[in-house]
Design a protein around this ligand. Structure first.
Ligand code: LIP
Length: 275
């Protein structure tokens, strides 16, 4: 199995570089932009082109594998099986990509027997390649990375996404959650790119990331959740506080359980205040 995984990994790294060249060459040019759920959920011809290249090459090389990709998977997520399953976001941070904001990346992950075994997140604009393989540590440009040592939320830089404010029935709850987190954390940032932000937790420059919202799905968190855990951090389900199920993407990534639990608790209390 190890040998097969080496082959998968080498091939995925090569593909990531090919895909990232397309992203990099296009970021400053004109793009054809379409709306998916709204004017905040976008897709360009490059998202589709990269996904076609990546899935096309993986299918040709590994015809028995399965695929979950942002642009080709329908509204319903398929069942995750024990089979090797590639989970792909051709461009994460599409809105950033459209604006030329340099936090955007290609994401390729592989699950085997329902566990992530490979995670690759590459930002070719800032030349940051984050990689992890299960049990072998996490790396930025081939150098080992570790999460931050901060233990208290009052000393933590916390990232979050605010997308649920756009959804009528989630608006008040989301505002209350944000208010609670802003009041407790040292600082708040929202970067609009889930996979890279999770990697910022892995490399220790952000202590925690609360990610949930319309349009946020498995491909946004699968690969990078392995990168965080291999860097010594945790990714938990926002509702239960248990280890994340990648098919239920409502996540808190954090440098340790203490900070993750504190955020789970703050959000739970905020929800009780709204009702
Ligand atoms: C994006 C996420 C981001 C969120 C956006 C969107 P995409 O993924 O990474 O965190 O704020 O609404 O879902 O669509 O750029 O791959």
């Amino acid at each position: 199995a190890r040998y097969a995984e080496d082959v998968y990994y080498e091939f995925a790294i090569k593909l990531t570089h090919d895909a990232a060249q397309i992203l990099k060459a296009a970021i400053n040019g004109a793009k054809k932009v379409d709306e998916k759920l709204g004017n905040w959920d976008l897709v360009t011809e490059y998202d589709r082109k990269i996904e076609d290249v990546v899935i096309g090459q993986l299918k040709a090389k590994f015809p028995n594998h399965r695929f979950i990709g942002e642009e080709s998977t329908g509204k319903e997520l398929p069942e995750l099986t024990d089979d090797p399953t590639w989970i792909i976001d051709p461009i994460d941070g599409t809105t950033n990509f459209i604006h030329g904001f340099p936090h955007t990346c290609v994401v390729i992950g592989l699950s085997i027997k329902k566990e992530m075994v490979i995670g690759i997140v590459y930002n070719p604009v800032l030349e940051q390649l984050f990689t992890a393989r299960r049990g072998r540590g996490a790396f930025l440009n081939n150098k080992p990375i570790k999460v931050s040592n901060v233990q208290d939320l009052s000393k933590a830089l916390v990232c979050m996404e605010s997308g649920f404010i756009k959804v009528d029935h989630m608006r008040e709850k989301t505002i209350e959650r944000i208010r609670a987190i802003v009041l407790e954390a040292q600082g708040i940032r929202t970067l609009g790119v889930a996979a890279l932000t999770l990697c910022y937790v892995a490399m220790g420059i952000v202590e925690a990331y609360y990610i949930e919202g319309p349009g946020i799905s498995t491909w946004d968190i699968a690969a990078a959740s392995l990168i965080i855990s291999e860097a010594g951090g945790v990714v938990v389900d926002r509702e239960t506080g248990e280890k994340i199920n990648i098919m239920k993407p409502r996540a808190i990534g954090a440098c340790n359980e203490k900070i993750a639990n504190k955020l789970v608790e703050l959000i739970r209390e905020a929800d009780q205040r709204v009702k």
